[in-house]
Every structure is written in structure tokens, then in C-alpha cells.
Design a protein around this ligand. Structure first.
Ligand code: GLA
Length: 386
């Protein structure tokens, strides 16, 4: 995203030159709802970002302006309490980076972004990581990238109220152009893999809906996974969480735990298994089998984990008979947002046209589509001219 408008607004409002920080949204090839179960994920940062212009102001106040909304807000550093709206995200990052060791000072900030909101592309992680990266520089801190990730994740937990895993903030901070990240969410060890999909593109189809269940059901899924682990532990005390459970071990518990809990847990165990296979297929250029793993992920998310919705299921169903689509699934937390589709390159335009028409006719709604471009992760720019 071009930072000029953000810098120009900053100079107009605050009459000084800012530094600029930015961080992107993300896609996830496969590995959904596995991060908070200490499993694996396969995300990549994209070319849609949140951009911040910021400078110290010599006071104890934070003055913020959300350019896209044309709204301002401020708060005192001495009294940071969670509230509503976008200012809550700013508060969260200031408070949680302080917990990690940054010494907060008053500052002025203007921000804007082009990550679609509520689309499952992690606009909130982009916001948090862009600001945390900027504050680390502005306050002359020495937070590591992992500290920035963890502070951003905690601001989502303690201020936005969603007990999210680490994937979104990790991808936003550690992303690299043209690479996907295979992250072990337990050890935080990660590898960059080339997205080897020559002749194909990843296309996002945005349902343009966000169902209100999203955050409450997310936290419920977390609790259901923990409940399943408690049952498994009675037989296998060495298990710490679902990451340690194999597909075979999980089968032993069919009929021996609440069926809903069983479905939730077996989805997670199978998704970790699919991810490992999908990553190998991707590395070997076996896109047909990669696509099968992606379809398998959707099936599990929809039927066992129950985080899909009619709009997402409709969009995936529309691809099943299309030879130009190798795989499709809902992406992110669920209950709205996007599907991610692996589509033959020469068929992308026709695919988008057909999906747009089908969605309008079948669901009465407008589709937005994006061809994924993988860009760099969070960074600071010393000066950008307005
Ligand atoms: C949201 C959360 C992530 C992850 C995904 C589901 O995006 O922020 O931590 O759990 O949902 O994979």
C-alpha cells in the first residue's frame, strides 16, 4: 500500500515528519485452528497491509487518527483500560509491548490499510504488528520479532477478547515475499518454503459476510479441544495437547467421549496430519494431491469443527465440478470471510467471473476476489515523503 496519504494526513494534523511502519495480512494454505493446539500452520504474508505514521509528542498522551474511518481518539498512558472500537487495538499494543519491556512515551499516530476487514485475512494482526514494530523503533526498544508477535497476540487476547493462536501475528511479522512459513506453534521453530505452484494461482473469494458468532465460537472451540485433551489424558497421561495425539490414537476415543468433543478433536488431529502431507506435496510440485488436502481441510472444518457457514460452503461446492480448481476451503477463523482456491492460471479470470455470478444467483450476495501476491512481513521505514 502506498504510505503517502497516511504521511500527508499525519503532517497536516501534527505538523511534523513521522516515521512509517507497516505490516501485512496473511493467507493460510492449510492448518486451520491448529495453532492454539500447538500444531502446525502454513501461512504467508500478503501484499495487503496496515500502514502507520508515528512520532513522539513529548507528552503522556497518545493521539490517534484512523484515516479510513476519519475518526480520532486519544488516551493517557497512565490509564490504559480496554474499551470498544479501533482505539482498543492501539491501547492493547501499547500496553502489551510495555509488558514485554518497551518504555511507552506519548506519541501521535495516523494509520490506514487495505487489508479487507472481517475477511479472514488478519487485518487486526496487521494492525497490531505494524504498530508494535513501529513502537519498538520509536521507543528505541530491543524487542525481538518474536516479542512483537507475542505482544500483538496478547493484545488480541486481553483487549480484543479473542483467545487467538499465534499464526496471524507470526505470519504478519515473519513473512517474506514468495515464501510460505511452516511454523511449529509449540516450539516456534519455522521454515520458509517456496510456494511452488507454477501454472497456478491462489485466489481468495470473499463472502463479504462476517457472522457474529465468530469470536464467541472461536473461544468455545478452544475450550472443547481442552476438554478432549482431559479425556485423552486419562488413558495417555503424557499427552500435553492435541499436537501429541496421532490419528490412530484419536480413533480409540470414538464413542468414548462426548461426540461433539470427539469431532472437534479428531478434526484438529487430522488437520495436522493433512498439513504435513500437503507441505510435502507442495515441495514436490504435486498440486493435485495438495489440492485434495485443501478440500479435506474444508470438509473437516465444515462438518467436524463446525466453523463454516452457508456462504463458505456454497463457494467451496461451486468449485467441486470445475477441473480448473484443484482445491478450495474456508480460510481463517471461519463464520464468514474468504475461501482460498488453488486455480489453474489460465482459468483465473473465467473462474472469478463464474464464481461471482453463481454467488449472486445462489446466495444473493456480492463476491470480492483477490489473486494472492505474497509480500514481505512487518518493517519500519525511516522516512516516506508525503
Ligand atoms: C484466527 C486466529 C488464528 C487461528 C485461525 C484459525 O485467524 O487469529 O490464531 O487460530 O483463526 O486457524
Amino acid at each position: 500500500m502506498n504510505a503517502k496519504a497516511v504521511v500527508a494526513k499525519f503532517e497536516e494534523l501534527f505538523n511534523k515528519e513521522p516515521m512509517v511502519s507497516r505490516a501485512p495480512g496473511r493467507v493460510n494454505i492449510i492448518g486451520e485452528h491448529t495453532d492454539y493446539n500447538d500444531g502446525f500452520v502454513l501461512p504467508a504474508s500478503i501484499d495487503k497491509e496496515m500502514v502507520f505514521a508515528l512520532a513522539l509528542n513529548g507528552t503522556d498522551t497518545v493521539n490517534a487518527y484512523a484515516l479510513d474511518l476519519e475518526e480520532s481518539g486519544s488516551f493517557e498512558l497512565s490509564n490504559i483500560v480496554p474499551s470498544e472500537g479501533w482505539i482498543n487495538y492501539i491501547k492493547g499494543v501499547v500496553a502489551e509491548t510495555a509488558v514485554k519491556g518497551l518504555e511507552p512515551k506519548g506519541f501521535d499516530v495516523v494509520f490506514a490499510g487495505d487489508v479487507p476487514l472481517g475477511a479472514g485475512m488478519s487485518s487486526s494482526a496487521a494492525l497490531e504488528c505494524a504498530l508494535a514494530t513501529g513502537l519498538n523503533k520509536l521507543f528505541e526498544g530491543d524487542l525481538s520479532k518474536l516479542d512483537i508477535v507475542l505482544a500483538s497476540q496478547m493484545s488480541e487476547h486481553n483487549y480484543a477478547g479473542v483467545k487467538c493462536g499465534i499464526m496471524d501475528q507470526f505470519a504478519s511479522t515473519f513473512g517474506q515475499a514468495n515464501k510460505v512459513i511452516k511454523l511449529d506453534c509449540r516450539t516456534k521453530e519455522y521454515e520458509y518454503h517456496n510456494l511452488d505452484i507454477t501454472g497456478h494461482k491462489l485466489v481468495l473469494c470473499n463472502t463479504n459476510v462476517t457472522h457474529s458468532l465468530a469470536s464467541s465460537e472461536y473461544n468455545t472451540r478452544r475450550e472443547q479441544c481442552e476438554a478432549g485433551v482431559e479425556v485423552i489424558k486419562e488413558t495417555y497421561p503424557e499427552i500435553i495437547n492435541l499436537r501429541d495425539v496421532s490419528v490412530e490414537m484419536m480413533h480409540e476415543f470414538e464413542g468414548k467421549m462426548d461426540p461433539v468433543i470427539y469431532d472437534r478433536c479428531s478434526y484438529v488431529v487430522e488437520e495436522n496430519d493433512r498439513l504435513t502431507k500437503a507441505c510435502e506435496f507442495m515441495d514436490n510440485g504435486d498440486l493435485v494431491n495438495l489440492g485434495k488436502m485443501i478440500y479435506g481441510s474444508h470438509e473437516g472444518l465444515s462438518k467436524k469443527y463446525a466453523v463454516s457457514c452457508p456462504e463458505l460452503d456454497f463457494l467451496v461446492e461451486q468449485t467441486l465440478e470445475d477441473d480448473n480448481v484443484l482445491g478450495a476451503r474456508m480460510m481463517g477463523g471461519g463464520f464468514g470471510g474468504c475461501t482460498i482456491n488453488l486455480v489453474k492460471e489460465e482459468a483465473v479470470d473465467a473462474f472469478v467471473e463464474r464464481m461471482t455470478k453463481a454467488y449472486k444467483e445462489g446466495m444473493g450476495k456480492d463476491l470480492s476476489a483477490y489473486v494472492v501476491v505474497i509480500g514481505d512481513g512487518a518493517r519500519v521505514e525511516e522516512s516516506v515523503e508525503a
